[in-house]
Design a protein around this ligand. Structure first.
Ligand SMILES: Cc1cc2nc3c(=O)[nH]c(=O)nc-3n(C[C@H](O)[C@H](O)[C@H](O)COP(=O)(O)O)c2cc1C
Length: 185
């Protein structure tokens, strides 16, 4: 099977096109207002629709109109948040939903996988808030792709995009195999 819809928050670390989810699936990207500062919009593949908080409101004018975060949570088979900031992690753990990204997560159907790949300063990663928030999202069934070492400063850098992609693909493959073998028995 192909074409799993994936949402992801844009990553600064997409240096290699082969690492790109859009080579493998239909992708819609959601960016937070702050992450727009870091994203090179020209690096987003042409076939990837990019959504900001403005789209949430510009696509709605009256009761009865479709609501973007609900449409996107319905459309996607998988959600990948990469990089996940400490702020968005805290918001998800606490159930806050004050932008498009966190509204999709808050409305998410947890039968469908979500992966998060945190990226933050090593002090932030070691902070006890982070531990609490990671435990909270683990309880919801959100899959963590752990950060890696920044070098001397410690752990906190986002995992390599190729590793994120292979983790997600392996997860889906093993789930498909499990469902195929259970449907045979
Ligand atoms: C230069 C700069 C780099 C930052 N890098 C990170 C980062 O890697 N991880 C992180 O969690 N926050 C980082 N921050 C702080 C976030 O930008 C801030 O918490 C912001 O509110 C996150 O917004 P968002 O979660 O809506 O994307 C950085 C801030 C600045 C000024």
């Amino acid at each position: 099977m192909q074409d799993n819809g994936i949402h992801w928050r844009c990553t600064q670390k997409r240096s290699n096109a082969n690492d790109c989810f859009s080579d493998w699936a239909d992708v819609k990207a959601v960016v937070t207002q702050t992450s727009l500062t870091f994203v090179d919009l020209a690096s987003i593949p042409k076939n990837v629709m990019l959504y900001t908080d403005e789209h949430e409101w510009s696509s709605w004018s009256k009761i009865g109109d479709s609501v973007l975060h609900i449409e996107l949570r319905r459309w996607a088979d998988i959600m990948v948040i990469a990089p996940l900031s400490a702020n968005t992690l805290a918001k998800i753990a606490g159930g806050l939903c004050d932008n498009l990204l966190t509204s999709i997560v808050r409305a998410w159907d947890y039968e469908k996988p979500i992966f998060v790949a945190p990226s933050m300063n090593a002090y932030m990663w070691r902070n006890s808030f982070t531990e609490k928030h990671i435990m909270a999202i683990d309880e919801f069934g959100i899959n963590l792709i752990p950060p890696v070492s920044h070098g001397e400063s410690g752990t906190g850098a986002m995992a390599e995009p190729s590793f994120i992609l292979s983790t997600v693909r392996m997860f889906l493959e093993s789930r498909r195999k499990a469902s195929t073998s259970s449907s045979r028995t």
